[in-house]
Design a protein around this ligand. Sequence first.
Ligand code: FAD
Length: 536
Amino acid sequence: MSETKSLPKTLDAVIVGAGFGGMYMLHRLRALGLSARILEQADGVGGTWYWNRYPGARCDVESMQYSFSFDEALQQEWQWSERFAAQPELLRYANHIADRYDLRRDIHFETRVASARFDEAAERWTVTTDKGEVVSARHCVMATGCLSAARLPDIKGIAAFKGETYHTGYWPHGKVDFTGKRVAVIGTGSSAIQAIPVIAAEAAQVTVFQRTPNFSIPSRNAPMDEAYEQSWKSDYAARRREARTMRTGILYAINPLSALEVDEATRQAEYERRWENGGTAFMGAFGDLILNKASNDTAAEFVRNKIRGMVKDPATAEALAPKDHPIGTKRICVDTHYYETYNRPNVALVNLRETPIDTITATGIRTSARDFEFDVIVLATGFDAMTGALLKIDFEGRGGRRLSAEWEHGPRSQLGLMVAGFPNLFMITGPGSPSVLSNMIVSIEQHVDWIAGLLGHMQARGLACVEATEEAQADWVRHGMEVAEKTLYPSAASWYMGANIPGKPRVFMPYIGGVGVYRETCDAIAARGYEGFRLA
Ligand code: FAD
C-alpha cells in the first residue's frame, strides 16, 4: 500500500492526516487548483478506521448518515451492508474514496509531521517530518483527528507483562486469536463495550477491569434493509440538508417536550420505544435531557433498570449501572449484547473502585484483593481527545508563540478552525467546534467546505495570509463556555473535559451549541467578509 515518493520543497498546502477529513480537504484544494499533499503517519488511508481494528469496532451513527454527501453519484452508488457499518466496511469505504478521487498520488504515507514553524517574513509554514524532510507551505490543514492519540495507561509494571498486550486504538492488522485464552480488558468505554461481547464469544475467560461504568444503548444492528436504503437514496439531498440543521448533525426525531411535562406512563413508553429502536436517538426522547438534571435522572434510571433486568447477578448489575454522571454527558455508547455478556460463565467484572489495580505482573494483574493470571491484556483506555494529536506536533506561530503554551490552560480557538497567532493554520473539527458531539462526517464536510470557501475567497483577491483576531477568539471561547455551562456536560469527569488524562486542564472542549447553529454562525461570518479574521 505504501510507496516512497519525494516531498516537493514548496506547496500551496500541507494537509496532515489521511482520514475522511484530510482526504476530502485534498479533493477540495485540488478543485481550487492548489498544490497540496497529505502527510500521513500510517501506511494507509482511513484514520480512525485504519487504526481501530479491534473486534466489534463499529460506527454508532447509521451508515446511511455516516458517509459523505458531497457527491450525489457516490452516495447513490455506495451500498452499506448493515444498519451500523463495522470497521472493515468503513475502511473499504475510505479506500474507495481514495481510489475514486485518485487521491493516493498526493498522499505521503509513513510520514509523521513532527513540527511546523511559521516564517513571518515569507508568510509560510516550514513543516518538518519525522524523517527530517522539510516542506514550505503557504497553508497547513490539520486533519489529525479528535480521537487519534491513543492513551496508554500509566499502570505500574505494564512493561513487565510477558503475554500479549494490545491497545484498541493500535490494533494489529492480522487477526488476534483469543481461542482458549484468558483475557483481561482494562476499561469500559465505547471501544471496550463493543469489543467485550466479541472477545467473550471466543476466549476461554474474560475479566473486565472497570473504573467507571458507562451508559450504553442497544444498537439493534441488522443487515441493511433494502426499502430503508431506498427511502434514503430517493430523498438523499433533502435528508442531508435537514441533518445539517440538527444539533448532532444526525437526522432523528427529537421530542421537544421536557421529560417532566408528561406523566410517568408516557415517559416510560417514550424511553421504551427508543430503547427498542436502538442507537443514540435514545437521547432525543425529550428535549431537556442534557439541560435539566431532574429530567436526565428519569432517562438514567430507565437505563439503570434495563441493566438490572439484563444482568442476572445483582452485584454485577449494580456495578455496571452508572451513577456518577448524568446520562449523555459522557459519550453515550451503543452496543450489541454488552450487558448480557456478563451472564456468560466465562466473563467476570472487577470493580476497580473497590479493588484498584496495584500492578501488572509478568503473568497478569494484581489488584488490592488478589492476583489474576492472563495470556492477553487488552487496553481499552481511550484517547487524549481533541488536543492530543495536535499537541504532539511542535507548532511555532507568530513571534515564536508555541501552541502548547497557548493551550496550557485548555484549547482556545476561533470557531475551532483557527488559533490567533497561528496564521494560515487550520484545524478540521478542532476544539471549539461541535466535532465529537456530532456525526463527524457532517462536521468534517462543513469545516472542509468552509476552509475551501475561505481559500477561494483569498485566491480571488490575491490574499496570502489569514489569521483569527485575539478579540474574536476571546469572544468565541467565552461563548463556548457560557453555552456549555447551561448544560449538564461540565458536571461529568469525561474525556470531553480532559478528565481522562492526568494533568490535562479541565475545560469543556467541543462546542455544544449544535451543528445547525454553528454552521449558521460560520456562514454568517463568511458572508460578512470573514469577520473576526484578519486577511492580508
Ligand atoms: P482521523 O480518522 O482520526 O484521522 C486522522 C489521521 O491523522 C490519522 O490517520 C492519523 O494517523 C493522522 N495523524 C495524526 N497526527 C499526525 C501527524 N503528526 N503526522 C501525520 N499523520 C498524523 N464518529 C462518528 O461520527 N460516529 C461514530 O460512531 C464514531 N465512532 C468512532 C469509534 C472509534 C473507535 C473512534 C476512535 C472514533 C469514532 N468516531 C466516530 C470519530 C472518528 O474519529 C470520526 O468519525 C472520523 O473518522 C474522523 O476523521 P478525521 O479524518 O477527522 O480523523
